[in-house]
Write a protein that binds this ligand. Structure first.
Ligand code: ATP
Length: 917
């Protein structure tokens, strides 16, 4: 794809432009944009924002509301109903025709409104996870919403970031960017700060990072040269169509079922029509009306809309519990989740690090204090002979920790907070406790180059030059990796030869106490060195010692893990940390007393065919890389598990995509990880995953309830019509009356089920087997049984009324009221699929249930007593005594239904394991 403009202007103020920033030196671009390496002042940024407008792409015009409304008429059922209305009109049944049309309209309107609500709910969730960018303003690093970026802003980019605007790169470290969205090139492009030729095509402008592309590796700083629709992507307006489809596998299954059902119904209707005319000898218009009644009764018009809204309510409830759904199908899958694989740091633990020990060659030093406040001391163990030496060595180690570090501490309302990585923040606090001045040290040393931390190599290195000219490489990272790098260490800076075994024992001791252990090393290099390569670390590194941090488990994670255990969900911790640290934290979290630990190295040695078994029985995976995560997910899935997996780094994306529910971290996650996920945790908290699983189960239950409640209505009506035809008696309900029942009850009672709260035992059941369809044998039995019950009650009332000499219209009015009353009672029964409804919570209902019942009662009163309705629906006023009769019959049916529940649970326990819950 070629750029639409090779030399587009860049506005710094409305009337001053900068052409082709890729062809100019970075300093010139900075000058032209009236910016500097320290960034803009906040008030200048605000001024530019006012004049340039937000850094937002114009959204593609979605379907117009009218288009969305009309789409609701585009299905077989509606065609059929329209044809029926036409036929009724032709036969002179104008009222019937009008009612059918009215129902079609109301149905489309309800669908339209509910779909709109669902879309809005999803949209709101997308805004919750709006992207953030890291910028420098007045020399201070801060996080701001991407929308507030302006030309001249200095942005910091690192692996996993989505580039937030068009940026002229100023400083580049091993930066590679995936630009496929813009150039179609799938290999990540290497970047550098030197200018490119003016005529370079978009893909060859190696000093530019374009909005919407993804940082694959490395780090950079750059100056924003274009925002919003001024960016390259804004000009070609691609990328924007990623509105998530409002559908899920379940919804598709139901829609398919609905379509099939419609055609079957039409077939049956045709046969019945022939039967009525040829066998029963009815006049064809009369037969047609019967057939229309049957078809109208059979088809669950409102079902898809109610299910969509059930899903949308689930999404909203999950968002309230800090789980933002990015893709609707995740709502369903969450309910079936059987394994949760979670990162440790920040998800299971609080990610609030405090250094507790410093270990130098001469021995250990205890560190006091809590949190990031610089209050505490370094104390060698009492009586240590070499205390002075230890403290001097500790200072050297802490210097490395402060320089090989990007975090800063600052005080907000008296509380010390970290900007950047918490462990690095804890190193700054450690320096303050040791009496050093980290900011002064950072001013005295200038960073020349760096190798950023990456979960694959587990260390970070910087090349720094002291004001006096002295140059050093500082490295911090997983101590085992560092010891391997320091293999060739002679008696260097510390004057002590490296004793690997002794260090390994000290690491094991700290890790065994649950500490996160970090190693530090240094290497002097010749003055004048400017660049840092991996090869520079291969020899000459001198191991300085260790720092042990505590990062306490989250209390709520402990409770959530216990909840998972009760719910039959396995929890696995997958961490890059040391095996002993992982095991100790797992113990504290309740993942087992002596949980099995597999390290990344051990995983590599297990062949593919043996892996599923080993992975299934292991609770803790340590020293893993993102590639291991992918193997673990696949192995678990091959055992039939439904796997939820968390991730934050750019390299986690494949595992997140592979998992059934990939979960990105809202705070510490990269854009790449979030975009690969189906759900994003707003608080990075494990407990929120479990809350989402809980809500997922509730949503699935509610969908089952909606189906279990809706289908018998249709079934009962159809059976009543067929029975009447078979018995050669008048129809117990007219077509429009059937439509009335379906409409008034689906939009009220059916919808109330979408708002149902959780049943008490929802997290005490095993996960739903994924292969189990919605219509389980139990549900089919339920639908059949209740349909028969409804038919029996409807016909019972009908014949009773006719038998005592009522006119047909009166008998039909009673039947309609009977069916609606049964629906109300059945609603109370179905609210608890897994236990009896005869308890206070069941009887009192919820506000949604009560409102629905009140509406239905009001509608039925109008239907029965309002003259207009009497004219339209041909109804008659019901006497007080008959009203009681109907209520009494409803209660009897409730008792029958509850008895069936008890009976079926007993039978189910014996025969239907897994189906009958
Ligand atoms: P999790 O995957 O559970 O979040 P983690 O955060 O412990 O685990 P990584 O971030 O992969 O896993 O870290 C692995 C190891 O790398 C840590 O134990 C630590 O020793 C080291 N490490 C982590 N962060 C840094 C950093 N910023 N600089 C240097 N080393 C680091």
């Amino acid at each position: 794809m070629q750029a639409p403009s090779a030399t587009r202007g860049v506005a710094t103020s409305p009337d001053d432009t900068l052409a082709a920033p890729h062809a100019q030196a970075a300093d010139d671009v900075l000058a032209a944009l009236a910016s500097s390496p320290e960034g803009l002042a906040p008030d200048e940024a605000a001024r530019r924002l006012a004049s340039h407008g937000p850094n937002r792409l114009p959204s593609l015009a979605g379907r117009s509301p009218l288009g969305r409304f009309l789409a609701h008429f585009n299905n077989a059922l509606i065609y059929f109903l329209l044809a029926a209305a036409g036929a009724a009109a032709l036969l002179g049944h104008l009222v019937d025709a009008a009612v059918i049309l009215g129902v079609v309209l109301v149905n489309a309107l309800v669908g339209f409104i509910q779909e709109g609500r669902a879309e809005k709910a999803l949209q709101a969730i997308h805004e919750l996870i709006a992207a953030q960018a890291h910028v420098l303003r007045d020399g201070r690093r801060m996080q701001v919403p991407v929308e507030t970026l302006v030309p001249g802003d200095i942005v910091l980019l690192e692996a996993g970031d989505r580039v937030p605007a068009d940026v002229r790169l100023v400083q580049v470290r091993a930066l590679r960017i995936e630009e496929a969205v813009l150039t179609g090139e799938s290999v990540a492009a290497e970047k550098q700060a030197a200018p490119a030729p003016a005529a370079a095509a978009l893909g060859e402008r190696h000093c530019m990072a374009y909005s919407g592309t993804l940082v694959a590796t490395g780090q950079a700083t750059g100056v924003v040269v274009a925002t919003g629709r001024e960016t390259e992507i804004g000009q070609i307006s691609a990328l924007l169509g990623d509105v998530a489809p409002l559908t899920t596998p379940l919804l598709r299954q139901i829609n398919r079922f609905g379509t099939r059902f419609t055609w079957i119904t039409l077939g049956v209707a045709a046969v019945l029509f022939a039967f009525a005319v040829l066998v029963r000898g009815l006049a064809w218009p009369e037969a047609l009306i019967i057939v229309v009644a049957l078809a109208v009764g059979a088809i669950p018009e409102g079902l898809p809309a109610v299910i969509t809204i059930t899903l949308a309510i689930g999404v909203q409830r999950m968002a309230r519990r800090n789980a933002a759904i990015r893709q609707l199908p995740a709502v369903e899958t969450l309910g079936a989740t059987s394994v949760i694989c979670s990162d440790k740091t920040g998800t299971l633990t609080r990610n609030e690090m405090t250094a507790r020990r410093v270990d130098v060659p001469g021995g250990a030093i205890a560190v006091s204090g809590a949190g990031y406040a610089p209050v505490g001391r370094l104390t060698p163990e009492p009586g240590a002979e070499n205390a002075e030496q230890r403290l001097a060595d500790a200072e050297r180690l802490i210097l490395a920790g402060v320089l090989c570090n990007d975090a800063r501490l600052h005080q907000v309302e008296g509380e010390w907070r970290v900007v950047g990585d918490p462990m690095e923040g804890a190193l700054v606090a450690l320096a303050l406790k040791a009496g050093l001045a980290p900011e002064a040290l950072r001013r005295a040393w200038t960073r020349l180059d760096a190798i950023p931390f990456d979960a694959r190599h587990r260390f970070m290195a910087t090349l720094d030059r002291h004001a006096a000219g002295d140059c050093r490489i500082f490295v911090k990272g997983a101590p085992d990796e560092l010891l391997a790098l320091c293999m060739a260490q002679a008696a260097g800076e510390t004057g002590v030869a490296l004793d690997r075994d002794a260090w390994a024992a000290r690491i094991a001791q700290a890790a065994g106490e649950g500490e996160r252990v970090l190693g530090l090393a240094v290497k002097p290099v010749p003055a004048g060195t400017h660049a840092l390569q991996f090869a520079d670390l291969e020899e000459g590194l001198c191991f300085l010692g260790l720092v042990g941090f505590i990062d306490p488990p989250r209390e709520e994670a402990i409770a959530a893990i216990a909840e998972c255990r009760a719910a039959g969900i396995a929890v696995k911790m997958i961490t890059g940390d040391h095996a002993a640290t992982a095991a100790a934290i797992a113990c504290q979290l309740g993942l087992g007393d002596a949980p099995r630990v597999l390290t990344g190295g051990e995983l590599d040695a297990i062949p593919d065919d043996a892996l599923p078994g080993r992975v299934a029985e292991t609770a803790v995976f340590a020293r893993t890389t993102p590639a291991h995560k992918l193997r673990i997910v696949r192995a678990l899935q091959s055992t039939g598990a439904i796997v939820a997996m968390t991730g934050d780094g750019v390299n986690d994306a494949p595992a997140l995509k592979q998992a059934d529910v990939g979960i990105g971290m809202g705070h510490k996650g990269t854009d790449a990880a979030k975009e690969a996920s189906r759900m994003v945790l707003l608080d990075d908290n494990f407990a929120s995953i479990v809350a989402a699983v809980h809500e997922g189960r509730v949503v699935y239950d509610n969908i089952r309830k909606v189906v279990a409640w809706t289908l018998p209505t249709n079934g009962g009506e159809v059976l009543a019509v067929i029975a009447a035809l078979a018995l050669n008696v008048a129809m117990p309900m007219s077509a429009v009356q059937i439509l009335w029942i379906n409409l008034v009850t689906a939009a009220t009672l059916g919808l109330a089920l979408a708002f149902e709260p959780a049943e008490p035992q929802v997290m005490r059941r095993r996960p739903r087997p994924p292969e189990r369809g919605l219509l389980t044998p139990f549900l089919i039995w339920r639908v059949a049984f209740v349909s028969l019950l409804f038919m029996a009650a409807a016909l019972g009332v009908f014949f009773y009324s006719l038998g005592r000499g009522d006119e047909l219209a009166m008998a039909r009015t009673l039947v309609v009221n009977m069916v609606v009353a049964m629906e109300v009672f059945y609603l109370f029964n179905v609210r608890f699929l897994h236990m009896t409804s005869l308890h206070w919570r069941g009887v009192l209902g919820t506000p949604a249930v009560l409102a629905a019942v009140a509406t239905v009662v009001a509608a039925q009163l109008a239907f029965t007593y309002l003259p207009v309705m009497q004219a339209v629906f041909d109804t008659r006023p019901v006497t007080f005594a008959d009203g009681w009769l109907i209520m009494g019959a409803g209660m009897v049916i409730m008792v029958v239904l509850e008895s069936e529940k008890i009976l079926m649970r007993r039978v189910g326990k014996r025969y239907h394991r897994g189906d009958r819950p």
